[in-house]
Design a protein around this ligand. Sequence first.
Ligand SMILES: *[C@@H]1O[C@H](CO)[C@@H](O)[C@H](O)[C@H]1NC(C)=O
Ligand SMILES: *[C@@H]1O[C@H](CO)[C@@H](O)[C@H](O)[C@H]1NC(C)=O
Ligand SMILES: *[C@@H]1O[C@H](CO)[C@@H](O)[C@H](O)[C@H]1NC(C)=O
Length: 274
Amino acid sequence: MALIELILWTALALGTATARHNSRQPNDSTPSRIVGGSDVPQGEYVPYQVSMQYRTRDGYAHFCGGSIIAPDRILTAAHCCDGMNVTRMSVVAGIRNLYDKGGSRSRVVSFVIHPDYRPLKTSDIAVLTIDPPLVYNNVSVAPIEFSSDTFVGGGVPVTLTGWGLRLPAPFPFLDNLNYPNTLQRMSYRTITNQECRERGMEDVTDTEICARGIFRGACSGDSGGPLVRDDNGLKQVGVVSYGLVVCGLFISPDVYTRVSTFRNWIQEGIANSK
Ligand SMILES: *[C@@H]1O[C@H](CO)[C@@H](O)[C@H](O)[C@H]1NC(C)=O
Ligand SMILES: *[C@@H]1O[C@H](CO)[C@@H](O)[C@H](O)[C@H]1NC(C)=O
Ligand SMILES: *[C@@H]1O[C@H](CO)[C@@H](O)[C@H](O)[C@H]1NC(C)=O
């Protein structure tokens, strides 16, 4: 399986910001969004989903997803923060389309990356502190429950949302199709970590959870976003971490940070003041 090239799913198009990332970071020649999903319908919201955006010369660029875990705290992936300039980061909540006017933007005051974080290995998780705090309206802005200690095994239906690429590879002449700007939603199932390793993700540990579906998958730009399951209400079970360079391939599982492993660390991140 030495031919498999893994990639962290941060979005591209960050200009100068991209240059600081390691060689596995996507760039203009790599794809980026959910494959095999569909638009969240007009008038419907995924209230816990936020867009993480980076201020560039040309304005704001979406680069990662995140989820609301407290009015002033966002859960995301470590690789969405690592090496980033915090003064240029913000999150937008309460939107379905990246161009919606009705959302609210909060600046990122600080972020805490898990101390054990190692790219493409383990603990790809971070908590952001934002200001101003979000005001929940329970329609377009609401938190997601994350504190379950259930170890999720294989075969569990899960749902991913994100503003990621819809095609497994970008076609420059089909920009609107590649970058739909409307939040995408896709459901598939978890697989056991053993199966995930057998399917090529050799370094997967119990701090991670894998999911897989036919021609379905996450892509860069989905990084940091929430994988949820319905278990007496929606619970976040994963944070988008990494996968193959080409997204949504028949054979390739997606790797997520396993939220239940880190629930105590996340709770501390909420309790600690900046
Ligand atoms: C993008 O990735 C390709 C393939 O890894 C590499 O050849 C190219 O130099 C990269 N471009 C930039 C702008 O980093
Ligand atoms: C971070 O971004 C701000 C605003 O663009 C800039 O003034 C500052 O120099 C940057 N800091 C670093 C360490 O790049
Ligand atoms: C949203 O739900 C929370 C928890 O059920 C409740 O405390 C709050 O009042 C609700 N807010 C609105 C605007 O409905």
